[in-house]
Design a protein around this ligand. Structure first.
Ligand SMILES: *[C@@H]1O[C@H](CO)[C@@H](O)[C@H](O)[C@H]1NC(C)=O
Ligand SMILES: *[C@@H]1O[C@H](CO)[C@@H](O)[C@H](O)[C@H]1NC(C)=O
Ligand SMILES: *[C@@H]1O[C@H](CO)[C@@H](O)[C@H](O)[C@H]1NC(C)=O
Ligand SMILES: *[C@@H]1O[C@H](CO)[C@@H](O)[C@H](O)[C@H]1NC(C)=O
Length: 305
């Protein structure tokens, strides 16, 4: 995996609600489908799976409006375009109906497009009455007790010129991410301000592409270990989604990640008598092309019988 994967910047305005995203490949055992926050509740079976979904943000405004950067106060941090909000909300709706397990916790990159994406997804996941006419979370009443969300700097964009052009990066090195302002954009009642971040601050600019790939893998693992009894949704950037496949699927090389594409990985986890747990390795279950991620080999190699 020496080349950068292609982050789709297609400006085609899709109506994602009518796209038929095929179902996630789910071959879950009964034990992995937990309807409560406590995966260790099913005492009849001590093995459970912890699920981690890693998702890319929706359509960014500087893609649909190339002139946006010329006047932007923060040209390194574009918001979502309107179709991106629709795509994010509708992807949240699909996660809710198709995953087969609840999301207990959402962790999100501090970049504006990711916070806005997380906000839409959370509205869909927590909507009290899911009315199919609603295409965004605006005005949708939610039950905020369903999940918790917090900002994680370690899920940020690749801090390198391949992802953020040198001339767009802040001259004074101040990226200006204000956590309380970002939290205020998330649906009321869902923010968990007690979470200690894995990355207390942004990685240095020019961490390099290999460096950011190592970071994404470390952060996914660290967050899973931090919340072993919870299923997680990580809202991040294209490269982070790519890493969630290439790190957890043998010999997979990711070459394209669409807006709002998501991967699903899981690991077996065993809880001890006290707070202790033992976990197996993550395995990515997402199939090529099913949820917006394209990778080689295109299908699992099967031996002819
Ligand atoms: C979680 O499961 C443990 C072990 O079965 C139990 O003691 C505890 O009360 C449960 N916690 C919740 C919040 O349900
Ligand atoms: C759908 O959105 C409208 C506002 O656009 C809102 O008034 C309505 O309550 C929403 N429907 C649901 C079921 O939340
Ligand atoms: C973050 O934003 C809040 C609300 O606008 C403001 O009160 C606070 O001073 C800001 N913090 C920093 C470090 O800029
Ligand atoms: C409980 O955890 C401690 C370490 O935190 C460990 O030493 C001990 O063996 C554990 N006890 C059981 C019964 O698992």
């Amino acid at each position: 995996m020496s080349h950068l994967l292609t982050i789709s910047l297609s400006s085609a305005i899709l109506v994602p609600c009518v796209l038929s995203l095929r179902q996630l490949p789910l071959s879950l055992t009964k034990a992995s489908i937990s309807s409560s926050r406590n995966l260790s509740m099913d005492s009849s079976d001590s093995q459970h799976f912890q699920n981690v979904v890693v998702m890319r943000h929706g359509d960014r405004l500087d893609n649909t409006e190339p002139l946006w950067v010329s006047t932007a106060a923060r040209p390194w941090d574009p918001p979502l375009a309107d179709p991106g909000k629709v795509r994010a909300f509708c992807t949240g709706r699909k996660l809710r109906s198709q995953l087969g397990f609840p999301i207990h916790r959402v962790l999100v990159s501090p970049f504006l497009r990711c916070v806005q994406t997380a906000s839409e997804v959370i509205s869909a996941l927590c909507a009290i009455d899911d009315d199919p006419v609603n295409m965004t979370g605006d005005g949708v009443a939610i039950d905020p007790s369903k999940l918790k969300v917090s900002i994680e700097f370690g899920l940020c964009e690749m801090m390198s010129r391949e992802a953020i052009r040198l001339e767009l990066a802040p001259k004074d090195g101040n990226w200006g991410f204000n956590v309380s302002e970002l939290e205020a954009m998330l649906p009321a009642g869902t923010v968990d301000t007690t979470v200690e971040r894995v990355y207390q601050e942004l990685p240095q600019y020019e961490e390099g592409v290999p460096g950011s790939r190592i970071r994404y893998e470390k952060v996914i693992q660290a967050l899973a270990d931090k919340f072993p009894s919870e299923n997680l949704l990580l809202v991040t950037h294209g490269e982070g989604v790519g890493v969630s496949i290439s790190a957890f699927m043998k010999d997979a090389t990711v070459y394209e990640v669409d807006y709002c594409a998501f991967s699903h990985s899981r690991r077996p986890i065993f809880f001890g008598n006290n707070e202790s747990f033992t976990a197996g390795n993550f395995q990515a279950l997402t199939k090529h092309g099913q949820t917006g991620i394209s990778y080689y080999p295109l299908s699992p190699i099967t031996n002819p019988v």
